[in-house]
Design a protein around this ligand. Structure first.
Ligand SMILES: *[C@@H]1O[C@H](CO)[C@@H](O)[C@H](O)[C@H]1NC(C)=O
Length: 187
């Protein structure tokens, strides 16, 4: 037999915990794990960016909350090879871009999964005592990865701002750093 006092206690706990459920809904937790298969990882851009067999990679359908100073990891994305060759069409605008354009790629949660679609919108990136406006053109996929259609690359982290060389230049940053903690905001 179930003790009714236990049921009442349980119901009270549920009511008491309700506000905490609301708070936790605003924070971002891992939504799954992808296991690397280590197959056909034969890329020109270096093997270190490929999924490793047996290693587990977290998936995120959300990103940290956006504020006036949203912390992010700034990385570099090359959109062309410095000559005539442009590498790929970006998913927001279905266009090719150049390294000299002020454009960025956002983690899935920030691009649209958190409920705000930032495709083709401008954001302001702050670093090095400067700031620059950049247009959002694509997604750094933090949900999918390690498959052929992902070039066998792991899913993106959920707090990445993958920016063109022009963004790095405008912020007077040296791209050879590779990664840097920055902040950004909606415009
Ligand atoms: C960037 O940093 C690298 C390595 O420290 C250095 O060799 C290079 O000259 C720097 N580039 C600029 C433009 O400062």
């Amino acid at each position: 037999m179930v003790d009714t006092r236990l049921l009442v206690l349980f119901a009270l706990l549920q009511i008491m915990c309700f506000p905490f459920h609301e708070v936790s809904a605003a924070t971002c937790h891992v939504s799954g794990v992808i296991r690397g298969k280590g197959r056909n990882c034969n890329r020109e851009n270096g093997l270190d960016s490929c999924c490793i067999a047996g290693k587990h990679y977290p998936q995120f359908r959300c990103s940290p909350p956006v504020s006036a100073k949203t912390p992010a990891i700034l990385t570099v994305n090359r959109f062309d090879n410095g000559a005539d060759h442009v590498t790929r069409i970006t998913s927001c605008d279905m266009r090719f871009h150049r390294d000299k354009e002020l454009v960025v790629i956002l983690s899935s949660g920030w691009l649209r999964l958190d409920g705000t679609n930032r495709c083709n919108k401008k954001i302001r990136v702050h670093a090095n005592g400067r700031s620059v406006l950049a247009k959002v053109v694509d997604e750094c996929d933090s949900v999918h990865g390690c498959k052929e259609e992902n070039d066998f690359e792991p899913p993106c982290r959920n707090n990445v701002l993958n920016a063109s060389p022009a963004v790095w230049k405008a912020l007077r940053l040296n791209q050879t750093i590779g990664e840097l903690k920055v902040t950004w905001s909606d415009v």
